[in-house]
Design a binder for this molecule. Structure first.
Ligand code: KG4
Ligand code: ZN
Length: 411
């Protein structure tokens, strides 16, 4: 591991799914700019991400997003020392847009370039030095996460080392060994980190990713997309008594399974709709006299009756409790078994407040999670991961391709 100057400033691009993001990060930790253009509205009408739509939208958004990220630097391009982009895992067409843009920028400006693993970057969001006050601007598609007030925007001139005063860097970076729980729309895994880039997978999902389960259950309950925030919100209004849904413990393993839980919710919904269907209904026509045979159109199957909001809230609550119980139990056990100094909670589902609080309550070591805006896809985390890759002497060639099913620990 070489020591990079603390002023080493990276421009990173992230386009693995449905967020077009660019960020500039100094010293692997200090966010100078972080711009995210979300495509959520576009995909929500289809109930999920449409890959072709995502790629096209990345192409439209990339240039303005990169421009906005650079606008935060007084020296503009001259302040950038290196370029990074996500090259997998993710949607291949979406990944291609950001990766090719980053390679073109690096080549044209003669800067070093590195490809970053998306799962690794979610973990490195916990290395970023940010205030909890970092928030999304409501109703704004493009979100600028302004740097912490403790880090005023005074980027150093290129190649000049300006160590930050130690009291400004809080909290300190995580120390190894660490256990990371990565929970996103596409992945669910527990990993042991013994050093930068040194990963051992302890367990992973055998079927659905946990974010995917949130999204599918939300759809079954008629709560829309994305499902995670919708379920979390509705669960808050659940009134007792609430039934318990199954937990797939997969004993003696750190693996996970969520498809059985999803099916259990589906069966509960079907049972309830069947029961509502069997309720006696007043037959208005029967009262008016028997219809003449053959004069009526054939019966059309009626749509399932709507679920009542109170019952949906209880189901959302029970689902979330089941997920949080299994994730917390296994993560706490893994941290204890491997003597972790801390637990890192990463990925879009790390935004779940119930998971954050329950994991923190049960763990014997500190649980670190980024502010909510850095849990979901962003490019600041890509820059943070890239900093440690450059420090390890890594650099990618111009032939680096996208790897849609890239695993953690692979680069
Ligand atoms: O990491 P991410 O932004 O994209 C992927 O790399 O997949 O994760 C997106 C996932 C979605 O499935 C979304 O429903 C879930 O994160 N999510 C949540 C919450 N916020 C986002 N799940 C549970 N609770 C939340 N508050
Ligand atoms: Zn992600």
């Amino acid at each position: 591991m070489t020591t990079l100057p603390e002023g080493f400033t990276i421009l990173a691009i992230e386009t693995s799914c449905d967020e077009t993001a660019a960020a500039v990060v100094r010293g692997g930790r200090t966010i100078l700019s972080n711009v995210v253009a979300s495509q959520m509205d576009m995909h929500s009408r289809y109930g999920g991400v449409v890959p072709e739509v995502a790629s096209r939208q990345h192409i439209i958004s990339l240039v303005p997003v990169v421009r906005e990220a650079l606008a935060a630097l007084p020296g503009g391009w001259a302040d950038i020392h290196a370029v990074a982009a996500t090259h997998g895992p993710g949607l291949s067409g979406a990944l291609l847009t950001g990766l090719n843009a980053a390679k073109a920028i690096a080549w044209q400006r003669g800067l070093p370039f590195v490809g970053v693993n998306h799962l690794e970057s979610h973990i490195y969001a916990s290395w970023l030095d940010v205030d909890d006050g970092v928030t999304k601007q409501p109703g704004d598609k493009v979100t600028d996460l302004t740097p912490s007030p403790r880090h005023p925007l005074t980027p150093s001139p290129p190649h000049l080392v300006t160590p930050s005063p130690p009291h400004l860097v809080t909290p300190s970076p995580p120390e190894f060994p660490l256990v990371a729980l990565v929970v996103s729309g596409g992945h669910t895994l527990l990993a042991l980190l013994r050093g930068h880039g040194d990963y051992t997978i302890l367990g992973q999902t055998r079927d659905d990713a946990v974010g995917e389960a949130f999204d599918k259950v939300a759809r079954i309950l008629g709560l829309g997309y994305p499902g995670g925030p919708a379920i979390q919100q509705v669960a808050q209004s659940a009134q007792p008594p609430v039934g318990v849904l199954p937990r797939a413990w997969l004993r003696d393993s750190y693996d996970f399974s969520f498809s059985g839980l999803k099916t259990a919710v589906l069966h509960k919904v079907q049972e309830r709709q069947d029961r509502q269907d069997r309720l006696p209904k007043v037959d208005v026509k029967a009262k008016a006299g028997r219809p003449v045979l053959g004069s009526q159109p054939p019966p059309v199957p009626s749509p399932p009756p709507p679920l009542d909001a109170a019952w949906v809230a209880q189901m959302a609550y029970a689902f979330q409790e089941s997920v949080v119980d299994v994730l917390s139990t296994k993560t706490v056990d893994a941290a204890r078994q491997h003597g972790a100094t801390a637990i890192i909670l990463a990925g879009g589902v790390a935004a779940n407040t119930r998971l954050r609080s329950e994991l923190s309550r049960r763990a014997a070591v500190p649980v670190r999670f980024p502010p909510i805006a850095l849990c979901t896809d962003n490019a600041a985390m890509v820059a943070a991961a890239a900093f440690y890759r450059f420090a390890a002497g890594a650099q990618s060639g111009w032939d680096l391709d996208v790897t849609p099913n890239l695993k953690l620990g692979m680069s």
